[in-house]
Ligand binder design. Structure first.
Ligand code: PAF
Length: 283
């Protein structure tokens, strides 16, 4: 694996790869790697000649400065993990080169910015679209890989690629979970063992609602109330939102009818760490 820090050096390397018609699979990350990231690298490696990954903690997508400051950094461990996973090129840009000035351009993703994560993390998706647009322009991959844990981020990036005509296929990869069901996340590193065990109840609440949907319950109000009642047992969980939405558009619904996909989405705080998870059900 080669590590590249400068944008020009990466561009020169990519031009060489393209001369030999190599296809490029790209995995953008913010580091603090876990098994979810490794599965993205493995998918990219299996489907392309070359796997390029990036590690860049993007300051623009943190709506909360404290959250940015506390974001786990483990550069040496991440480099070793990327190499072991089979990554060919690791791009780790310097912030000063990546953002020589604060970008003045912003991309409004419309409705997706006014629901779920958009409502709770103002400015988050505009930071994500800027960094992803810049990375796509620099790397120019054939395919780019994202985890479905960030379900709404995948929807935003699909919209970005479609509306701005990026010739890139977006591949959404399944959520990787701990044995107890907790969705893998870099933020889990900030949880104690007991916090991790408590946090696994977020997935259990989603599964509880899923069972009710499969049992025929159609009312979203009843489904959400039952999930909240389940979570009420755990005083350590501070719920931010729990929603059952249209699994295609992520728009809110009142009843489960005339749709082929439902998404149950949750955000909550455990030990001061903000966690998100979701479950998509094909009907
Ligand atoms: O999902 C993430 O880790 C980040 O949002 C991404 C896509 C790398 C952009 O900074």
């Amino acid at each position: 694996m080669i590590c590249i820090r400068s944008i020009n050096a990466l561009r020169l390397h990519i031009a060489d790869e393209k001369r030999t018609s190599n296809t490029i699979g790209f995995v953008p990350t913010m580091g603090a790697l876990h098994a979810g990231h490794i599965s993205l690298i493995k998918h990219a490696k299996a489907e392309n000649n070359v796997c390029i990954a990036s590690i860049f903690v993007n300051p623009l997508q943190f709506n909360n400065v404290e959250d940015f400051k506390k974001y786990p950094i483990q550069q040496d461990a991440d480099i070793a993990l990327m190499e072991a996973a089979g990554c060919d090129v690791l791009f780790m840009p310097h912030t000063e080169e990546f953002y020589p000035t604060q970008p003045k351009i912003s991309i409004d993703v419309g409705l997706l910015d006014r629901i779920l994560e958009g409502t709770h993390r103002p400015g988050h998706f505009s930071g994500v679209t800027i960094v992803v647009t810049k990375l796509f322009n620099i790397v120019a991959p054939d395919k780019a890989y994202f985890g479905q844990k960030d379900l709404q981020q995948v929807a935003v990036i699909n919209q970005l690629v479609s509306e701005l005509n990026f010739p890139i296929e977006i591949v959404a990869c399944p959520i990787v979970r701990e044995q107890n069901g907790l969705a893998m996340s870099s933020r889990n590193m900030r949880l104690s063992n007991s916090g991790k065990s408590i946090a696994s109840n977020l997935f259990k609440a989603l599964s509880f609602i899923e069972a009710k949907i499969k049992g025929g319950e159609k009312s979203v109000t009843i489904l959400i109330a039952s999930g909240k009642t389940y979570l009420d047992q755990f005083k350590e969980i501070e719920l931010e939102y729990l929603e059952v939405v249209n699994g295609n558009s992520l728009e809110s619904i009142t009843e489960i009818k005339e749709i082929n996909k439902v998404a149950i989405c949750i955000a909550a705080h455990v030990e001061g760490v903000r966690l998100i998870d979701n479950l998509v059900i094909i009907l």
